[in-house]
Write a protein that binds this ligand. Sequence first.
Ligand code: PLP
Length: 447
Amino acid sequence: LDAARVEGERAYALDRAHVFHSWSAQEQITPMTILASEGSYVWDGAGNRMLDFSSQLVNTNIGHQHPKVVAAIQDQAAKLCTIAPQYVNDARSEAARLIAERTPGDLNKVFFTNGGADANEHAVRMARLHTGRYKVLSRYRSYHGGTDTAINLTGDPRRWPNDYGNSGVVHFHGPFRYRSQFHSENEQQETERALEHLDQLIRLEGPNSIAAIVLESVPGTAGIMVPPPGYMAGVREICDRYGIVFIADEVMSGFGRTGKWFAIDHFGVVPDLITFAKGVNSGYVPLGGVAISEKIAATFADRPYPGGLTYSGHPLATAAAVATINAMEDERIVENAARIGSEILGPGLRGLADRHPSIGEVRGLGVFWAIELVADRATKEPLAPYGTSSPAMNEVIAACKAGGLLPFANFNRVHAVPPCTVTEAEAREGLAILDTVLDIADAHRNS
Ligand code: PLP
């Protein structure tokens, strides 16, 4: 343990000297050191075990260090570490088959990328070339990645400093009953009015200028708002009416997270393109991609697709995907996510809401849950304003960590997003820690 501590201290010093961190003011952060992980747990630099209720950035769907995936990476490394994308490779071919067999409808071809943002970049590029149109629509409450087009698709405030006004993206309001833009009184009204708003926006922007609508099937970082019945089918209909490509971003919601292979499967809707990353191989090696419908693939049958990456379909990454998907199937991990959600996490979080008045709403499915913390239940005033944190939220997050729980937090929300492999006992352990921590949130309510 002492050797590990020394190693951790050296890593920390080198990090502070040389590593430039994402999304951060470099001198304002004290990053946690993690040197080991297994299953649903990680160990910090001091050797403390923590329950990973974040799945890191909601990507370790199969848990940490799954032995079958680790072995597959090792085997592939011994066999063939890298090969350029123009050559056929068995790991890539098999990963594409396993993915295409799980995507809905005729999404039978896969273009591999290095992660989620570039998957969205390529999906938009395909849609623009397929339609000959430029504009793209996406939700304000969304996150689609950190690269140029993806960050402009993104609605959350991380877009603002990256928006030079020429992205071609137009944002709209999606359905979100708890903070409805549409003054709806029930889910049906929310669906109808959100669809009417989208339809009107298209008519005002010019239907013939719009290449694609990009939607997270269930928005993740933006708050895990499960679309109400009829909404996704309505978006499909609108896309068909105007010849717009429907891109479902399943980067966070895909590969078991919601208790189905893809979140869009809950709605019986087939999009034209699905973007994925994260859970496809749990991020053991960077991988993302676009699953492509026959119609859009046909656009590039006799005309070159103008895009590519040195590491498209990298053997280590796709071998990890093959092992991940097979293990998820063999060990019924998607079914586990569904069961934990409906039997433990959902009821457990709703139970917390009964005891803690700081919880404004609990929502989610599978192992994909958000609790929305409010200073006042009646006004729904969030415990941190949109786009920022607050001393109260910082205290809540610090208390989670001190209590042995690694949370995923965004603005006024704490998300419960453990691996899809989480056991009943681990889910209960996380709920118990949250129960204690939420006393702090309760104490910060307006008096
Ligand atoms: N899309 C969604 C829905 C995401 O949640 C993310 C990452 O959190 C991305 C895209 C971007 O993926 P990456 O960070 O792999 O580029």
